[in-house]
Design a protein around this ligand. Structure first.
Ligand SMILES: Nc1ncnc2c1ncn2[C@@H]1O[C@H](COP(=O)(O)OP(=O)(O)OP(=O)(O)O)[C@@H](O)[C@H]1O
Length: 311
């Protein structure tokens, strides 16, 4: 059963005489990756700043595990880990020293937890190098590790792919989903580029001029009968990847390929249960998720935004 991590209830924000956020309502579940998308100036950062208590809410409420950020600030904010501006890291210290520094300032965070978050973001190797020598992507991941130290229910990342090269974006992508699942944390990730984050999101909320104009599941399975026999792309997250690829070929005569942490192949919808069954039967194979990517949301996004270019 999924649990609501955060709920926005008719949130409004006015600055001066201008209404910037015009009644946002949506909720985000634990274990879910929620993409908060909109063109520059749409109101993403303003909303996120309200979610993390950096600015006040004009009217409405943000509830975190049922606690209002307005009336129960302490309990609510305890459940939030966030990177809103650049992560505050000391460049002259190693990654490990940075995390230990924050761990000492956070009650209840053990050395074991520090090791756990390092593993979660795949930073085991460079953790004893100076942060000043890290790439931007590595710094982002260390920032995420830091935000996760106190085991929050919600992780909020404002434009985490900004300024990253494709490799850096891919790395962030790889870890976000893993973090959501393994930590059972709701991840809210904002971006003005749908294409950069679509693949790692379960749901997308699109904001324009301070209003939510669409809320959509990313991987919806069509129910249309005609679609049932159509060949479709299936993405499976399972390990060990080479064993899975070998098994798919041997048992189902499927040619599959690795796409980041996923194994991708084409098959008919009605064969999917059998294929998953084959994988699940194998003791040495762990299956984490199976998704059927829909066509890209990009077109829909541009339709909704009503602009040929954003940003
Ligand atoms: N302190 C402020 N005073 C006046 N206007 C503000 C203030 N902060 C934000 N705004 C305005 O509110 C609107 C929303 O800004 P916001 O930064 O939330 O958008 P955004 O979606 O995060 O965009 P970006 O991707 O560029 O960060 C913009 O038009 C911005 O100019």
């Amino acid at each position: 059963m999924s649990e609501t991590a955060m709920e926005l209830v008719n949130v409004h924000k006015s600055i001066g005489r201008r209404e910037i956020i015009k009644g946002l309502s949506f909720s985000i579940q634990k274990g879910e990756v929620f993409g908060f998308i909109g063109p520059n100036g749409a109101g993403k950062t303003t909303t996120i700043r309200m979610m993390v208590g950096l600015i006040g809410i004009t009217s409405g409420d943000v509830k975190i595990l049922g606690n209002s950020i307005k009336t129960n600030y302490k309990q609510a904010i305890r459940e939030v880990g966030a990177i809103v501006e650049n992560p505050e890291l000391y460049p002259f210290m190693t990654g490990w020293q940075n995390l230990m520094h924050f761990a000492r300032m956070t009650p209840g965070v053990t050395k074991e937890r520090v090791n756990e978050v390092i593993k979660l973001v795949g930073m085991e190797k460079p953790i004893h190098e100076k942060v000043g020598r890290y790439s931007l992507g590595m710094r982002q991941r260390l920032g995420i590790a830091q935000a996760l130290l106190h085991q929050p229910s919600i992780l909020i990342l404002d434009e985490p792919t900004n300024g990253l090269d494709p490799a850096g974006i891919r790395e962030i992508r790889q870890y976000i989903r893993k973090i959501a699942i393994e930590e059972n944390v709701a991840v809210i990730i904002s971006s003005h580029l749908l294409s950069e984050i679509e693949q790692m999101c379960d749901r997308i909320g699109i904001i324009k001029h301070g209003e939510l104009i669409a809320l959509q599941t990313v991987h919806e399975t069509p129910t249309d009968d005609k679609q049932k026999t159509k060949q479709r792309q299936v993405m499976i997250e399972a390990t060990p990847i080479d064993k899975v690829i070998e098994l798919l070929e041997k048992k189902h005569n499927l040619k599959s390929k690795q796409l980041e942490e996923f194994i991708s192949f084409q098959c008919e919808k009605e064969n999917i249960p059998q294929i998953i069954g084959t994988l699940a039967e194998q003791k040495e194979i762990s299956v984490y998720q199976v998704t059927i990517p829909k066509e890209t949301l990009e077109d829909k996004f541009f339709d909704l935004i009503g602009e040929s270019e954003i940003g």
